[in-house]
Write a protein that binds this ligand. Structure first.
Ligand code: GDP
Length: 334
């Protein structure tokens, strides 16, 4: 380990005492692709793990412009005024697709950013989605160890990111905008099925009527879906973040959800399932990356690929040959 590096114990002490600079540094290590940083991040996670899990994890998704950051600003104010600390982790998968950011460069959540009870962090762009998911999970753990009681994971409702966010939260909130394509036809069905609640945003001024109509449409549609196995009936509400309308109600609803899930032990069961999913996924990632250590396996893969492309060999046979080659490489290393 680099001697100039803060030692694991110092990180632990800093994070557990709620030191934001140490928290931010630890997150940077988690996000780093450098092997030394990754090793140190792993050691830090190992020592903080007993202090994790004690938060309510809330996923918030919605199309660009639906009002996510304005909502989280207002929601965050409600949380901090109730005496709780909130961390907001933003997953922005757009940059790898467009090389720009859907979230934009504008200052988001300016007020919340200045609040000592809040911590805001955006996952850097340019990583693979699998990577973002892994880093975000570990960042959740670090924030929990640092004493954040509410963790919001914000994602843009494009691509697959909301599916991976669903796998790391207790409650999933979908924000929708009336008359914007976020109607029953426009919205991805899979997303509706994942949502524990849907909130139609910007229900103020001339938009109230439209927002109420959209809410009614979705309430209707929910009746057609299978009820959740947890027994929770997803709720559809309206809100106006700018006028702080409906925000406290949403917070109360989320607390009610937690209470119900805890009393049926489903809260804990869901967490355990997520933990084993993370473990399986991480192991698969390690396994998939392991062959990269062996140049002979990589050149075999390139050669086999050509054979598959020119139909000299079936993809199935080629994959088996490559696995055999990998096994050989591993055993000759031992
Ligand atoms: P995001 O891209 O989903 O994070 O959306 P923003 O929070 O940046 O909001 C997009 C635009 O909608 C901004 O111009 C906001 O001022 C506006 N907006 C957000 N919430 C509300 C609301 O409750 N009412 C109204 N009228 N406008 C809102």
């Amino acid at each position: 380990m680099n001697s100039s590096r803060l030692q694991v114990e110092e990180y632990k002490k800093g994070i557990l005492s709620g030191n934001r600079v140490m928290l931010a540094r630890a997150i940077t290590l988690v996000e780093s692709t450098l092997p030394d940083d990754q090793n140190l991040a792993g050691e830090i996670l190992d020592v903080i793990i007993p202090y994790t899990g004690n938060s309510l994890r809330i996923g918030i998704t919605g199309s660009p412009g639906v009002g996510k950051s304005t909502f989280i600003e207002s929601f965050g104010k409600t949380i901090t005024e109730s005496g709780k600390k909130i961390a907001v982790l933003t997953v922005d998968p757009s940059s790898q697709i467009t090389r720009g950011s859907i979230l934009g460069d504008k200052t988001r959540m300016e007020e919340l950013g200045k609040n000592p009870m809040a911590f805001i962090r955006t996952t850097p762009s340019g990583q693979t989605l699998g990577g973002i998911a892994g880093h975000t999970r570990e960042t959740i753990l670090l924030c929990e160890a640092a004493g954040f009681e509410i963790i919001v994971i914000e994602t843009v409702g494009v691509g697959q990111s909301e599916f991976s966010v669903k796998s790391m939260v207790d409650f999933f909130l979908l924000l929708m905008l009336a008359g914007s394509g976020d109607d029953l036809q426009g919205i991805k069905k899979g997303i509706i099925e994942m949502a524990d609640a849907m909130a139609v945003t910007k229900a103020d001024g001339e938009n109230i009527k439209r927002a109420n109509a959209t809410m009614a449409d979705f309430q209707q549609a929910l009746h057609l879906l299978q009820p959740q196995s947890s027994g929770w009936t997803p709720k559809v509400v309206t809100c106006s973040a700018i006028h702080s309308k409906g925000i406290v109600d949403i917070w109360n609803m989320i607390q009610q959800f937690k209470k119900e899930m805890e009393s049926s032990h489903l809260f804990e069961i869901n967490r355990q399932n997520q933990q084993s999913f993370w473990f399986d996924e991480h192991f698969q990632t390690l396994l998939a990356m392991d062959h990269l250590k062996f140049p002979s396996v990589q050149s075999k893969r390139d050669a086999l690929k050509t054979l598959v492309q020119t139909k000299k060999i079936s993809a199935r046979k080629a994959a088996q040959d490559l696995l055999d080659k990998y096994h050989q490489a591993v055993s000759s290393k031992r």
